[in-house]
Design a binder for this molecule. Sequence first.
Ligand code: SF4
Ligand code: SF4
Ligand code: FES
Length: 255
Amino acid sequence: MSAIDNNTARQNAGQNRQLSINILRYDPSDPASRPRMQEYRIEESDSMTLFIVLNEIREHQDPTLQFDFVCRAGICGSSAMMVNGRPQLACRTLTRDLPNVITLAPLPFFELIGDLSVNTGKWMRGMSERLQVWLHAKEGETDICRIEERMDPDIAEQIYELDRCIECGCCVAACGTAQMRKDFVGAVGFGKIARFRLDPRDARTDDDYYELIGDDTGVFGCMSLLACHDVCPKSLPLQTQIAFLRRKMAAQGLG
Ligand code: SF4
Ligand code: SF4
Ligand code: FES
């Protein structure tokens, strides 16, 4: 019987596990604060997520604990954190899928606000501005009175697929290159470029994209080990898109 089946069987028999939740605590705004691990003990309940765990700790044990949640449904991207060393969304993580000793830490790479809370939004905004991740319309100003243009359903589907990115930062937190260079655009950046490159309404050419990602802060800094692909909670096709962009940009560089 697997550990998960064991946990389910134990819960069905009314024997709840005692969880040991070990959290990296640190408040960079407090000069007296030092990074330390703090343990909290909590009884596991049915269908318990890490969102529930952290809220119970904050409500009943420690109101100073900092962490982020908005949607609780894997949509807003704000609950990403390191769970036993792996970046994932806490709101979508069931404790029954984890051992009874759980270690939580903030995502690396991003600016730490405090404890488990990091400022992914600031980095995402900077990356978006740098890569100009908005439509550069072929026909200048948008005329809202015109009839909408038709789009090939296959292309629309591929664009929709990439637009599912929730900017959670898991791919960047798992990325070896990003840990070494802060100016790396990360898989999230490649996904955005791939999205606009697919869009027939966008006027930009591969020459323009090469200017944005044709160096070591872009595709040529990527080591292609694909941790980003493995951890993306939305299962975006990062592997395919990174390989495709790399080939296109390499050809552009030679051309
Ligand atoms: S590509 Fe995936 S892991 Fe990266 S920010 Fe988007 S949803 Fe999160
Ligand atoms: S494949 Fe590239 S973007 Fe993805 S984790 Fe590895 S270095 Fe980072
Ligand atoms: S709270 Fe929104 S993704 Fe987890």
